[in-house]
Design a binder for this molecule. Sequence first.
Ligand SMILES: Nc1nc2c(ncn2[C@@H]2O[C@H](COP(=O)(O)OP(=O)(O)OP(=O)(O)O)[C@@H](O)[C@H]2O)c(=O)[nH]1
Ligand SMILES: [Mg+2]
Length: 448
Amino acid sequence: MGATMLYDRATIEVRAGRGGDGCTSFRREARVPRGGPDGGDGGRGGDVVLHCDASLRDLQAFKRRAHFRAGRGGHGSGALRHGAEGETLDVGVPPGTVVSVEDGTRHDLVLPGTRVVVARGGPGGRGNKHFAGPTHQAPRFAERGLQGDEHTLELRLKLLADVGLVGRPNAGKSSLLARVTRARPKVAGYPFTTLEPVLGTAERDGRQLILADIPGLIEGASDGAGLGHEFLAHVERCRLLVHVLELDPLDGSDPAANFETTERELERYDSGLASLPRVLALSKADLVAGEVAEAAAQGWSQRLHDGAGVVVTSSATGQGLDALLTQVFSLAETVAAQPASGVYGHDPGAAARAAVDEPMAEHRVFRPRADRGFEITRADDGRWVVSGRGVERLVARYDPDNEEAMAFLERRLIGIGVISALEARGFRAGDDVEIGGVMFELDPGAPV
Ligand SMILES: Nc1nc2c(ncn2[C@@H]2O[C@H](COP(=O)(O)OP(=O)(O)OP(=O)(O)O)[C@@H](O)[C@H]2O)c(=O)[nH]1
Ligand SMILES: [Mg+2]
């Protein structure tokens, strides 16, 4: 793998398909001049689905294409023929994509194969057959299909690296990545050389680990100082960290204080990060005397008595890099062998399971509140305006130019209490009422 520029953010618009219209039709039979209603239902509009696709690496494709529309449902037709369902639009995203919907809903697409419906197709309209009853044997109207959901989605890619390289700016993280993988991150003698995470793959005995080099962390990184904050999210899912620490900082700062700063930022960002197992890579050993480096390594080993490995390294001479990889690979193995219990705040399975369970829960929470209930306001010209997703969608189902449909709709509005609520507010027969952009002259007293 070469140096990877990562497109780690994208905004897309998704629109599910509109439902097909129901049909108004009557049976034709040789001997019967006018048969019963036989208009079929419209098909449901197609959903927009995101799925986690292991062959994708970044969000680059979304720079070129940001609008996604699923197919519309077919219209119903005579002889009770139902319209076809709209085609589902399947959009692939790379593993590690976090999707935020504007209403606050979040989906985590971690495991390849995970699917999430992000916009539901509109329901199809019912054909006139449904409106036939003892008193209404020949209904000359059908329902229209409704619009599908439309959403703006923020996509963010959190890297799925196994090992995160963390440390202060200039510590030598990118140099290390360049030495142990084929990635070619930019290396330079000033802080914040790395502006975006870079991934590289380290190989050993046929096994591979993905290392992520992230921008340096400074004091306050977890609150957004410097660049680190943005990128701490990327190492959240690593199995282990390599803390890169300059043995003898070129800027004259104190290694022990530097160590504390980085560790504190990890802790403050998320305690799960702080408890990841790690290796301490003391860097730039070629700049200090051998005994000094050894003494420092011993000092750190004693301090980190929890068994964190300490390795003296130099990306200039290659010293210690092999030992570092040995430690990293063996540590990665012990972490992988742990049951996926979330001990390290890292259980991708849990995220995937949550993503799968979420759609159900979300509809229980959001839909009823949004659909029930309506609000009545009075415009300056005396017109009554009734608003609310449920009533607006009800009105959208019927053709305002069809008197029978309007009479049916009026009965439905009475049934759900819109008319009595209007009357309680002072509405009188003959007043104009507007719902979802349609004007009505309601006359609740008149026989329907
Ligand atoms: N002598 C010596 N210099 C090194 C070594 N490793 C890195 N450097 C130098 O230290 C400076 C910073 O190295 P980088 O690898 O860019 O450091 P970084 O941690 O990625 O820095 P940021 O991306 O800014 O966070 C560069 O000038 C490197 O050439 C080393 O082992 N020996
Ligand atoms: Mg760097």
